[in-house]
Structures are given as structure tokens and as C-alpha cells.
Design a protein around this ligand. Structure first.
Ligand SMILES: [Zn+2]
Length: 167
């Protein structure tokens, strides 16, 4: 991690480049997202951190690297425009996946759950501009709109069932 801290914006590094400095064996982000959901032995898991494997998330690690090196947050890493697991989860929840102003959402005719970036705050006064636009668009289309951390949804899709099933 000490090397990542020295790879600042003046060196033109991205979060992924900083991560590659910190973890030389790390494969490319786009490629890695196809095989690794949150963490694996190829990115963050080791024997030494075995007790924390369930908490490790390479996307969140890269987000934090970007922020600590003064770079803008790449929200698309955590907010995919399309992903098979979101489609499957929506189907299992008798709902539909959609994208609202760049933010993935799970919707029924009345209810909408916007799947937000793990580092976005949930209080309206602190909404990210993209988050605010998505909320406004969702409120124009659905009776009830709720925000839910996409990382929490990834780990436990059933967590939004109660909200989606309201009529
Ligand atoms: Zn991995």
C-alpha cells in the first residue's frame, strides 16, 4: 500500500495503475470483473487476511485508491450498465432491471430501487449529481423510490424484496 500512496495524480496514474503498483500480480480490471465478484486469490485474498475475505472488494479498493491519490471516482466500475447477475437477481425478485440516468435499478410498476455506488451518501443533501438526476428521473416514473447500496445488493439480493413487494 505504501507504493500506491506515492503514485499520485502528477504521475498520471489511474486507480487501477496504482493498484497494480501495490499488487503487481493484479490482472486488468475489465478482465478481472468477468471472473471475480468481490475478491479472490488473484487480487486481494491471501492466507494472512483469511479472516476478512468476506469483507474484501477489489472495486471498493480501487475506489479508495483513486480517492486517496486525488483522482476522480470511477463510478462505472461498481455501477455496470448491464450485468448478468443483476438480470438474474431481478428475475428472481419478480421485477425488471433497468438503468436510470446511468444508475442500475430494479423496478416493478410502482417501486424502484436505485442501486447506488457504495461511497455515495444516502442523505438527499449529500447526493452526487448523477445520483440526484437518477432519483429525480426515478421519482417521475415510479410511486416509490428507494436507494440501496449495490455492494449490499450484490451480497444479498433478497435485501430489497420487502421494498419491491410493497403495493
Ligand atoms: Zn479477484
Amino acid at each position: 500500500m505504501a507504493k500506491a500512496a506515492t503514485a499520485g495524480p502528477s504521475q498520471g496514474s489511474t486507480g487501477w495503475q496504482a493498484a497494480r503498483v501495490a499488487m503487481p500480480g493484479l490482472p486488468g480490471a475489465a478482465c478481472h470483473s468477468r471472473t471475480c465478484d468481490t475478491s479472490c486469490p488473484d487480487c486481494l485474498r491471501s492466507y494472512g487476511n483469511a479472516r476478512r475475505h468476506a469483507l474484501l472488494d477489489w472495486r471498493l479498493a480501487l475506489d479508495l485508491l483513486e480517492l486517496t491519490t486525488g483522482q476522480p471516482l470511477t463510478t462505472s466500475r461498481s455501477l455496470p450498465s448491464e450485468d448478468k447477475w443483476i438480470e438474474s437477481a431481478a428475475k428472481a425478485l419478480h421485477s425488471s432491471p433497468t438503468i436510470i440516468h446511468g444508475v442500475p435499478a430494479i423496478v416493478t410498476s410502482d417501486n424502484c430501487v436505485l442501486l447506488t455506488h457504495p461511497l455515495w451518501r444516502q442523505e438527499p443533501a449529500h447526493f452526487d449529481p448523477v445520483q440526484l438526476a437518477a432519483v429525480e428521473e426515478a421519482e417521475a416514473q415510479h410511486r416509490r423510490v428507494r436507494l440501496h447500496d449495490i455492494r449490499a445488493f450484490r451480497r444479498n439480493p433478497i435485501s430489497i424484496w420487502d421494498y419491491l413487494s410493497r403495493s
